[in-house]
Design a protein around this ligand. Structure first.
Ligand SMILES: [Zn+2]
Length: 321
């Protein structure tokens, strides 16, 4: 920080001090190569991050410190020309830009200035569609060139140190919000299990985003039948065996699933609900991914905070209202 650096693109003039400040970093081919689209000719030196044809790069004519650009590799001029994959990557790269500028430069507020249309359109100096990523400066109501402390190459170098961070953010963003990811569908069996006193078996799971008490449930593995899956899940979670398994209904829910690696992914889950009776309550204890288990009488259910899904199914079968 310290020394301010100025460049006036309107006059294309540096004063000596200013020129000195920027010279090592000056991309002097930009204005000379009038026969070439500069965004088709992005220099690796300034490229910070890239996914599926969408590039995050330093802006060589920064309005403010850490002013970046998002540019598709393909020369396109209008939003209609994006492929689905590029569009999705663009969303992810915008997200990454926001995150990394906050992390590396403490820039909290950004302006994303979307520029499309042919050369000359709305003062556009490059035909190639692009998005300006401008760290917002309080009181900046008119976009104009501001004093900067970081040369574009320095900005690029600093941000490139965050490449694994950016990869991670991009992956998580796409997993969570991506629309063009293959849909993960999962079949889950769920058991309303009662004992001879007509109490309901509830568990509390570990490693779940579904907070609260719930009925035993789990995904169907390999070639096992639905009933086998239910029996296995109940046994794993409670050490109890069940019988008299009766199908009661089916529904579907989009659910965030928490993976051991710590990321969250939305799955479409098909829930197949059963009623069953426990063979014996002896030896029951929480196990596997259950941390607690209880037998609860219907009139005591109010005292338990039930997971949303368990509430839904217990309402459907008339156990709670
Ligand atoms: Zn181009």
């Amino acid at each position: 920080m310290g020394k301010k650096r100025y460049y006036n693109p309107q006059t294309n003039v540096f004063d000596l001090q200013k020129k000195k400040a920027r010279s090592w970093d000056w991309y002097d081919d930009v204005w000379k190569k009038v026969d070439k689209c500069v965004f088709c000719d992005l220099k690796d030196r300034y490229v910070i991050f890239e996914k599926n044809g969408i590039v995050l790069t330093s802006n060589l004519f920064p309005y403010t410190d850490a002013h970046l650009l998002i540019v598709p590799r393909r020369h396109i001029e209008y939003v209609k020309e994006f492929t689905n994959e590029e569009w999705e990557a663009l969303r992810g790269v915008m997200y990454v830009a926001k995150k990394v500028l906050r992390k590396a430069f403490k820039k909290k507020n950004l302006w994303f200035i979307y520029r499309e249309g042919a050369l000359g359109h709305a003062q556009k100096t490059v035909g190639h569609l692009h998005i300006q990523v401008v760290p917002y400066i309080d009181g900046l109501v008119k976009i104009n060139y501001q004093p900067i402390s970081w040369a574009p190459g320095e900005v690029g170098d600093r941000l490139k140190e965050e490449s694994s961070y950016m990869d991670d953010k991009f992956e998580k963003f796409i997993l969570k919000y991506g629309k063009y990811q293959p849909v993960e569908r999962r079949i889950v069996v769920n058991g309303i299990i009662t004992n001879s006193k007509n109490e309901l078996l509830l568990i509390k799971k570990k490693n779940t985003l579904e907070d609260g008490w719930q009925t035993p449930s789990g995904g169907v593995d390999g070639n096992e039948s639905l009933e086998e899956a239910l029996k296995r899940e109940v046994f794993e979670e409670t050490q109890l065996r069940i019988e008299d398994v009766k199908f009661i209904g089916i529904d579907e829910e989009e659910m965030p699933i928490l993976f051991e690696e710590g990321f969250v992914k939305k799955w479409r889950c098909i829930f197949i609900h059963y009623r069953a009776k426990v063979l014996s309550t002896r030896g029951g204890q929480a196990g596997d991914d259950a941390k607690e288990m209880r037998w609860v009488a219907a009139n005591n259910l109010k005292k338990y905070r039930l997971s949303k899904l368990t509430q839904k199914v217990l309402k459907k079968v008339g156990i709670i209202s």
